[in-house]
Design a protein around this ligand. Structure first.
Ligand code: ADP
Ligand code: ADP
Length: 228
């Protein structure tokens, strides 16, 4: 589903953020990306989203080399790979329903599909009864669940979660993790960058650890492995 082949990334200022990354992630895998600050996690994600280009190597997504895609193909890529962020990034003047529906409108979905799909994903994240509320009426965990609903509503094959629990207390963080696990079990590949040691240690999923731009650990039922 995702393959990094000998990926190097050196920024214009000479910083070598990634240094020979080789990694394969299969369909439906749930992978934690861990490592100290500056290890290269954000760079890894930016390359996958084509927000940055590698200095060397190639990246396959769903068997296509995205490093050869032109700028024009980025929207096509972004329908395959969706992202949730630490800070939710919801539209405050729109209801939950409208936030999720908007993601479908921008890709030109029909009103019929929108009416069918939005309630379905809101149900999946456990927020059916809140559809008419606005983001400011929600807890942090609920906001993150809306942002997940929005991220999956167009059925991406890969979901990237960049510190999705970073702003949440432990209890609501687990609500979010349950939703992510559910999505993963339905076949969506999930890559989650995180510093949440407790979550990684309990989930027993694959853990890829980066340090100084290299993969230093890749374990099928891994642990976080750093002091926090
Ligand atoms: P992490 O997400 O693990 O904290 P990053 O990918 O953000 O790591 O950073 C890896 C290295 O690349 C760090 O040394 C960082 O300072 C550097 N870096 C990140 N982004 C840029 C950039 N746009 N320009 C120059 N250096 C950068
Ligand atoms: P339909 O039968 O309407 O075509 P599916 O059978 O594909 O829909 O979807 C069934 C279930 O999958 C629903 O509960 C829906 O919430 C969930 N679902 C929809 N999109 C995704 C996704 N990207 N990842 C995981 N589950 C999804």
């Amino acid at each position: 589903m995702i393959e990094f082949r000998n990926i190097h990334k050196t920024y214009d200022n000479g910083v070598q953020a990634l240094n020979g990354i080789n990694l394969k992630i299969n369909k439906g895998e749930f992978v934690f990306l861990v490592g100290p600050s500056g290890a290269g996690k954000s760079t890894f994600i930016k390359l996958l989203l084509k927000e940055e280009e590698p200095s060397d190597g190639c990246i396959l997504v769903d068997n296509e080399d995205i490093t050869r895609f032109s700028r024009r193909k980025v929207p096509y890529l972004r329908r395959k790979i969706s992202v949730v962020f630490q800070d939710f990034r919801l539209l405050e003047e729109k209801t939950l329903y409208e936030n999720v529906a908007f993601a479908m409108q921008v890709v030109g979905a029909s009103p019929k599909d929108i009416r069918r799909q939005v309630p379905m994903v809101l149900g999946m994240v456990g927020l059916s009864d809140r559809a008419k509320q606005y983001p400011h009426q929600l807890s942090g965990g609920e906001k993150q669940r809306v942002s997940i609903a929005r991220a999956i509503v167009n059925r991406p094959i890969i979901l990237i979660a960049d510190e999705p629990t970073g702003n949440l207390d432990p209890e609501t963080a687990w609500e979010v993790m349950k939703v992510l696990r559910h999505i993963s079990r339905r076949g969506t590949t999930i890559l989650m960058a995180t510093h949440a040691k407790d979550i990684v240690d309990v989930m027993q999923q694959r853990v890829v650890a980066l340090e100084k731009g290299r993969i230093v650990r890749d374990a099928q039922r891994g642990i976080y492995g750093y002091e926090t």
